[in-house]
Structure formats: structure tokens, C-alpha cells
Design a protein around this ligand. Structure first.
Ligand code: SF4
Length: 461
């Protein structure tokens, strides 16, 4: 076995950049090993690709997932990228996979397998290859596929889901978790925004910075009769922790869960931890949670007596990559279990159409609700920071110059820009609401919601 493993690394190392993860998925990743991604992504890119298609964690390197997507596109294998790939089985890391492949080839017949290599019948060839490699890369405890699985429950899991099902254009916002153990400001902010919005997100140590935990903030919100959205970052989550947390969070009345990858530890305070091999990525989180809820099983397949109930969401970054490539990742998240998306910040409504068209082509728009990420800019400096430093966020020149010219009036100008953006997106096909990210400026939520007319019952407040 050691000899086989050494031979495998000797050949696959230089050819594919193989790192002997022991759970080979080269067949599905256009024969480029994704394991050199510094965030350990195994199911597609994060939202951090730079405009030059480099990796935001290490800008000297091209985003490996962009390279995979481009090659798959060139060879007509994009749809292969939809298959939900499993997390690593750590007992296999460092071991060879060829032994399993050989076993599988023997099982289906050596002549049949090698015959398929020269066959011109593409469908048959794919079938034979899948009968070997899919069995190897999709263990029985995972069984990932490329299909859409509609939720298997009828009554809405949360009020947010109920409103979206009813066709309301909803507003969600974010309240910043406190940096210390004092919850006074948190409570005041929740009390202030709750009358204007359908749900409040609590981030999970955003920017890889420790803060009050999202689940604790959600509990505080639920106790104040506000509806929380519990964000869980893959960066700080293990497969065991995830399953335990969602069963526990249900006990606090938390019914909306948003799965995100999380920022690289490199953007947080030193000393940096490592994301090189994350335990699970955001797509895998969605797959695990959907199966817990709808199939009533744990990741290992054990049945649970009382499955948890939740409305499952994911993040997306419409401008992180080329629209048709971004749509592949979004399609994959919807297939894995995402019922709603909250997007990265958007400042160019027209550019959004290209992405929406791609989602429409994939028939995703009727399967997922989209809440568009908007922010009221407070200053020119903040605008520049978002434009230059936050991956996937672009501010057009006219917005940057309006903020610059506004001088002391910048906060007012930022509110006006936000109102204009709301106006231009609220009737777009496929957009079901907005997600106001205030970046600590929670007091402005009431004014924006009221002046935009998104909550008519509040006009005149
Ligand atoms: S941009 Fe994201 S997906 Fe691409 S290599 Fe970097 S961390 Fe990985």
C-alpha cells in the first residue's frame, strides 16, 4: 500500500498538483486538484476572486477554482461541476486511491473499462467511468449528486419564509454582534430595527474577528420577539459541531440558518489560523443540514427521532466571477439545499441583470429567494475601502465621486444612493427583497425602510 501511495504521488503530484487528500475528485474538477486553494474549497470558488481572477488570500496565485471552471467550460464539462462533493474522510488523507479504483475496475470488468476509453459513444463512456470513479469519490455516507431536491415540508419553517412565500418584498438587516460581553447596545439595536424588518442577521465572527457568538445574539433577538438569521461560517465549524449546533439552536426558536464559507483568517487579527483543510465547506453544510431536516439523518446516516426544522440560506457574490461561472456555483448551492440567497453588496443594478439571466437559464429563480445586499455608505473613505478591499464588491465611478463631492454631507448622500438603488431593484424579476448591511450604522434602518416605501404601514413615523 505504501508503495502504491508513493507511486501515486510521484505521478499525480507533478501532473495535477495532487496533495494526496485520499479522496480524489479530479474527475469532477477538470483534472485540476483544488486542494491548493488556501481555503480548502472542494465545491467551487469562494466569493473572493479578485478582478484579475487571482486568489484574495494570496494574490500572487490564480484562483484555482477559476482555472477549474474555465477548463471545464472549454471542454464542455461545466455540468460535472454541479455534483456535491463530500468532505474529507480524514482516515484516508495521505493514503492512495488507486487501490479502490483498481478494485472497482475489476468489479465492472477490465475489458469493459478499457474498451470505454477508446469508445466514441460519449454517454456510454461516461456511464462506465462513473461506475468506477463515482463510487470512489462518493462514499455511502454521502452520496452527493447533481440534482435539485425540493424541501420536504409544507408549512413555512419561519416567518421570513412565510413572507417570501406570500410574495412580499422583504427587508432583512444585520445587527453587529458586540465585541465584548456587554449586550446593552445589541439589545438597543435589535429593539430599534425589529419593527422595520422581517429578519435580523447575526454574523459568525465576521472578518475572522472574535465577537459575541451568532447563536447567542440570535437567542437575545428571539427573546425580544425579533426573527433572527443564524449565520454559520464553515471556517470555524466542524461536521460534528454543525450538527449539534443546529439541533441546539432550534431550542432557542432559531428557524433561519445561513451557511457561509467565512473570511480567510488572514484578514483577521494575528496570529492567523489555517483554512487549508477546512472540515466542511458551505455547500457541504447545506447538504448535511438539508438531509438532517428532510431525511431525518445525521451525516453518518443514523436516523434521528425528531429532526430539526429551519429555512436554509446561503451567501452569494454576483460579481465575484464571470456571471455564467458564478451561476454554476449558485446552482450547486440551490441543489445542495439553499432556499434563499443573501448577496454580497451590489451598487450596479444593471450589471446584476447578466447574473440573473444566467440563473434564469438554469431555472434557479423559481427555486430560491434572493435578497440583495445593500449598504448605506457613510463616508467616501468607507466607499473606497469597500471598492478596493472587499472581494466581489465594486463601486462605479459615479457613486465614488458623489461620495467624494458630498464632503460633510456624505452620510446623507449615502442614504440617497441606497434609496435610489432600492428603487431600481425592487421590481426586478428574481429579486425578492433586500438585505441591508449597515456596518454598525443600525440607526439608519428605520429611515431607509420608511422613505423607500418598503413598509407602507410605517409611513408617517
Ligand atoms: S479565491 Fe477563494 S476559492 Fe479561489 S483559491 Fe482563493 S480562497 Fe480558494
Amino acid at each position: 500500500m505504501r508503495l502504491l501511495a508513493n507511486t501515486e504521488i510521484l505521478i499525480k503530484g507533478p501532473l495535477f498538483g495532487c496533495r494526496m487528500c485520499g479522496n480524489c475528485l479530479l474527475q469532477e474538477t477538470a483534472f485540476i486538484c483544488p486542494m491548493e486553494c488556501p481555503k480548502g474549497m472542494r465545491n467551487g470558488p469562494c466569493g473572493g476572486v479578485t478582478p484579475e481572477k487571482h486568489c484574495y488570500v494570496d494574490e500572487s496565485r490564480q484562483c484555482i477554482w477559476y482555472a477549474i471552471y474555465k477548463r471545464a467550460q472549454k471542454t464542455g464539462r461545466e455540468e460535472k461541476l454541479l455534483e456535491i462533493l463530500p468532505p474529507l474522510d480524514w482516515n484516508k488523507v495521505g493514503t492512495e486511491t488507486w487501490g479502490d479504483v483498481v478494485k472497482q475496475v475489476r468489479k465492472i470488468g477490465t475489458a469493459k473499462f478499457f474498451g470505454s476509453l477508446v469508445s466514441k459513444d460519449v454517454v456510454k463512456k461516461d456511464e462506465v467511468w462513473d461506475s468506477v470513479f463515482k463510487t470512489v469519490r462518493q462514499p455511502s455516507w454521502w452520496l452527493g449528486d447533481s440534482d435539485y431536491h425540493p424541501p420536504l415540508y409544507s408549512e413555512p419553517a419561519s416567518n421570513l419564509e412565510r413572507c417570501l412565500r406570500n410574495g412580499e418584498f422583504v427587508v432583512a438587516t444585520e445587527v453587529t454582534p458586540p465585541l465584548s460581553a456587554d449586550s446593552g447596545k445589541l439589545i438597543r439595536d435589535i429593539e430599534h430595527v425589529k419593527r422595520y424588518v422581517k429578519a435580523i442577521n447575526f454574523t459568525d465572527a465576521s472578518s475572522a474577528n472574535p465577537k459575541m457568538s451568532a447563536v447567542a445574539c440570535c437567542k437575545v433577538a428571539a427573546d425580544l420577539n425579533a426573527e433572527p438569521v443564524y449565520q454559520i461560517a464553515a471556517r470555524d465549524t466542524t461536521r460534528t459541531g454543525l450538527q449539534s449546533n443546529v439541533i441546539g439552536s432550534g431550542q432557542f426558536g432559531i428557524r433561519n440558518i445561513l451557511c457561509v464559507t467565512g473570511d480567510s483568517p488572514n484578514v483577521g487579527p494575528p496570529p492567523a489560523s489555517d483554512m487549508n483543510f477546512v472540515d466542511i465547506d458551505s455547500v457541504q453544510m447545506l447538504w448535511i443540514l438539508r438531509r438532517m431536516r428532510d431525511d431525518g439523518i445525521y451525516l453518518d446516516g443514523r436516523k434521528m427521532k425528531h429532526p430539526p426544522m429551519f429555512f436554509l440560506g446561503a451567501a452569494t457574490s454576483p460579481f465575484a466571477s464571470d456571471p455564467e461561472l458564478q451561476a454554476i456555483k449558485d446552482h450547486k448551492k440551490v441543489n445542495a439545499g439553499a432556499q434563499f440567497f443573501q448577496t454580497n453588496l451590489v451598487f450596479e443594478p444593471d450589471r446584476l441583470d447578466l447574473w440573473l439571466e444566467q440563473l434564469d437559464k438554469r431555472n434557479i429563480l423559481e427555486k430560491v429567494y434572493i435578497l440583495l445586499g445593500l449598504v448605506p455608505l457613510k463616508s467616501h473613505k468607507a466607499a473606497l475601502y469597500l471598492h478596493n478591499k472587499v472581494p466581489g464588491v465594486y463601486l462605479p465611478g459615479n457613486i465614488l465621486s458623489r461620495m467624494e463631492k458630498a464632503g460633510d454631507r456624505a452620510p446623507e448622500e449615502g442614504i440617497q444612493i441606497a434609496l435610489e438603488l432600492i428603487d431600481s431593484v425592487k421590481n426586478k424579476k428574481g429579486i425578492n427583497g433586500i438585505h441591508l448591511m449597515t456596518l454598525g450604522w443600525e440607526e439608519v434602518v428605520g429611515r431607509i425602510v420608511t422613505e423607500s416605501g418598503l413598509c407602507p404601514s410605517l409611513s408617517g413615523l
